[in-house]
Design a protein around this ligand. Structure first.
Ligand code: FE
Length: 334
């Protein structure tokens, strides 16, 4: 009689430990990604695992400052934000911690995550060339660098250099070309501007569609959003640098907060974000690309066509950010 009772007891204890693991955790996520983009994801995770997720959304700089100020008492387990430049800063500030995860390494290509494993890309954002087909034929287009040539004079539209997206783009150009050549490209861009830089990608697109300029550089999801509202606008996406290093990509992503009280559970959530079942949920609402190469983008996004993406590690967007800002200033790119 003794043995079956022992086996039963062990089994019951095992069951208790399982339910305990499923229900004891509550996670706190600080997210610079907007609420409507993350809420469906969190709800799906809670439904699947029973882990409740509380979240706070704000601008990246505000959340990072808050985590710093809260120090060891921070309730935050995970920080989610956009742009590798921001994620790199979070790692530099010491508010994230390195995470070792086979699943994350398998699901996320290495150029889209921190070599020090403190941040991980979770969706891909593509900053590419957009043109007005009434003014430009695609065979006139080739590279970001080519937009600095005199034939684009009075035809180029850009967003302000204050936006981290452009700081990251320029930082990645510096990684490829070095400082002197990048400065030359920036000076060419500035010379070719048809109007002073705009405050948003959407304004760049509207100006291209209105004929104020012929060509610009924006993130593709803004094109998708605008064309959803106004499908007849004369706007086309072009994939530059296909015979060179490829299209400039960036990520939205996250990392485990240095003083998280639930490190293992936070890693599990990050891993789930990168999984095949969550990737579409994460990327599609914002018309972004999944970071996991085994997952196909939303059909609307896939319709823009396939392209080669720049494989240089995105930590350079952070490493060269300060110098990129200086360079843009020196080149007169406002
Ligand atoms: Fe954006």
């Amino acid at each position: 009689m003794k043995k079956p009772i022992l086996v039963l007891t062990v089994f019951i204890l095992f069951l208790i430990s399982l339910t305990g693991a499923a229900f004891c955790e509550e996670l706190v996520v600080y997210s610079a990604r907007k609420e409507h983009l993350i809420r469906p994801l969190f709800e799906a995770y809670t439904k699947e695992t029973g882990v409740k997720i509380n979240y706070l959304t704000d601008k990246a700089a505000v959340l990072m400052q808050r985590i710093k100020a809260e120090g060891q008492t921070t309730p935050a387990d995970l920080l989610i934000t956009v742009d590798a430049g921001n994620l790199w800063h979070a790692a530099q500030e010491g508010i994230l911690q390195p995470v070792s995860s086979k699943i994350l390494a398998e699901n996320i290509p290495s150029h889209l995550r921190d070599p020090g494993n403190q941040w991980f890309g979770l969706s891909v954002r593509v900053r590419t060339i957009v043109y007005n087909p009434q003014k430009v034929t695609p065979n006139e287009l080739s590279t970001y660098e080519n937009l600095a040539e005199p034939n684009w004079k009075g035809r180029l539209l850009l967003r302000t250099s204050k936006k981290v997206y452009n700081q990251s783009l320029v930082a990645m150009l510096m990684t490829e070309h070095g400082e002197a050549k990048t400065e030359e490209i920036l000076r060419g861009w500035v010379k070719n501007l048809a109007a002073p830089p705009f405050s948003s990608d959407t304004k760049v697109l509207e100006a291209i569609a209105a004929g104020q300029g012929d060509v610009g550089i924006v993130n593709t999801y803004y094109v998708g959003r605008l064309l959803k509202k106004k499908p007849n606008l004369p706007l086309r996406i072009f994939w530059p640098n296909q015979n060179a290093n490829g299209v400039h990509v960036n990520v939205s992503g996250g990392g485990v907060v240095a003083h998280s009280q639930h490190k293992e559970a936070a890693i599990k959530l990050l891993e789930w974000f990168s999984s095949e079942q969550a990737q579409n949920l994460y990327a599609d609402v914002n018309l972004e690309y999944p970071v996991n190469p085994r997952v196909s983008p939303d059909p609307k996004v896939a319709a823009w066509g396939k392209f080669k993406q720049n494989p240089i590690n995105l930590d350079n967007a952070g490493k060269f950010q300060a110098r990129a800002i200086q360079l843009m200033d020196r080149a007169g790119y406002r």
